[in-house]
Design a protein around this ligand. Sequence first.
Ligand SMILES: Cc1cc2nc3c(=O)[nH]c(=O)nc-3n(C[C@H](O)[C@H](O)[C@H](O)COP(=O)(O)O)c2cc1C
Length: 416
Amino acid sequence: MKCVDDSRLRFGKRELVPIMIGGMGVDISTAELALEAARLGGVGHISDAMLPTVSDRRYDTSFVKDKLKQYKYNLDNSDKSDVKFDLGHIAEATRLHVSKSMEAKRGDGMIFINCMEKLTMNAPRETLSVRLRGALSSGIDGITLSAGLHLGSFALMEDHPRFRDAHLGIIVSSLRALQLFLRKTAKLNRLPDFIVVEGPLAGGHLGFSLDWAQYDLRTITLEVMQYLRTENLAIPVIPAGGIFTGSDATAFLEEGAAAVQVATRFTVADECGLPNKVMQEYFKASENDIEVNTTSPTGYPMRMLKNSPSIGSGISPGCESYGYLLDGNGNCSYIEAYNREVAAHPGAKKVSVMDKTCLCTHMRNFNCWTCGHYTYRLKDTTRKNADGSYQVLSAEHIFRDYQFSVDNKIALPALK
Ligand SMILES: Cc1cc2nc3c(=O)[nH]c(=O)nc-3n(C[C@H](O)[C@H](O)[C@H](O)COP(=O)(O)O)c2cc1C
C-alpha cells in the first residue's frame, strides 16, 4: 500500500475514502468542515455538544435567552437542580443542525454526529435520548458515541425506525471499555458498525488518566483487532489520536485498520469553527505549551494549550444559560470550586479558580483551547505570511494531503 487512497472504508456495499474527520465540540467541527469531508468521499462529523447554543448562533433561534429568562431567579443560588433543559428545545436544535447539514451534503461521503455521554444536562437519560433520536429522525448518516461507556445508549434508540440502518459506532480507549459495550449491545442483537480506538495523543477529553503517556495507540488498536478476530466479529476498527501524516495513516491501514480518524490537522482549516486568532495560537504553540490537565468538570483529563483563557478564570457559573455538564442532581464540580474561592476571598470583585473551569461558557466562547498532542507540528504544515501570521489551509488541501501523501511528506499550500 503506497498511500491512504489505495484503501477504502467499507460499510456494506458503500466504499469511502478511509479518512474520518473527528467530532470537535462546540462547533469546532462545523457543518462546513463535515460537508467538505463528505464531498471528498470521506466521513465528516458535526458535534451535538451544546446544540441549543449553536443553533442560536447559526439559525437565529433564542434557546439560550429563553432558558436564562426562565431561570434568572436562580442565578445567585448555588443549587442548580431546578435548571432543566426543555426537551422540545433540544429536539428542535438537533433537528435544525442535522437536517440543514444533511440537506447541504454533496458527494459520496457521509456525515456523522459525535455524541458525548458526559453532556449530562441535568437529566442524563432523557436528554441523551432526545439527542440521539433527534439526530436519527433528521437523517444523519451515522452516530459516533463518545466521552463515556454508553452502556445504555443503544437501548435508547432501539425502537427508532432507523436503529438498524444508520451507522452507529463508539469511541473507546481500551479493549475493556469495548468489551463492556459489546456485552450490553449483544442483548439488543445489534453490533456497532464501527469502533474508533482513540489513543492518548488525541485532542479534547481523554479516556486515560494522567498516566496517559504510558499508553500507545498502536498497541491498543492491535489488541482490539486481535480480540475481534478471535470473537469472529467483522467490525471496522478506526484508530485516532496523533495520526499526523498520510504515512502515519497508511501504516495503520496496512495493519488492518479500516480507516483513520483525524482532527488536529483540521483545526487550522478555513472551514473549522475556531476564530482565526485562536488558530494562530495553535500554529505558534511549541511542545512545551501543551498540557493535559484536570480542569474539565467532566472528570476526564483534557489536553489544551497552557495559555487557554479558560485556565484560572473565575467567572460565575453559567448554568442558567448553559448547564450542559450538570449531573443528574444539578451539580458540577466547577460550581463547588467557584464557591470555595468566593468564600475564601470575601468582598473580592474577581476570583481565580485554578482547579476547575466553567467549560460550557469557555467552550462556547472558544476560550478553552483544547488541542491534540501534535498541535506543535501544525506550523510545519503551512507557510508564514509576510506579517508573521500563518496561512490558514483549506480542508480540501489537508484532506487530500492525508489521502495522497507518501514518505511522511506534508504538502504545503500554494503560495498566496
Ligand atoms: C479541538 C478538538 C476538539 C475535540 N472535541 C471532541 C469532542 O467534542 N468529542 C470527541 O469525541 N472528540 C473530540 N476530539 C477528538 C477528535 O475527534 C479526534 O478523535 C482526535 O483528536 C484525533 O486525533 P488527532 O487530533 O491527533 O488527529 C477533539 C479534538 C480536537 C483537536
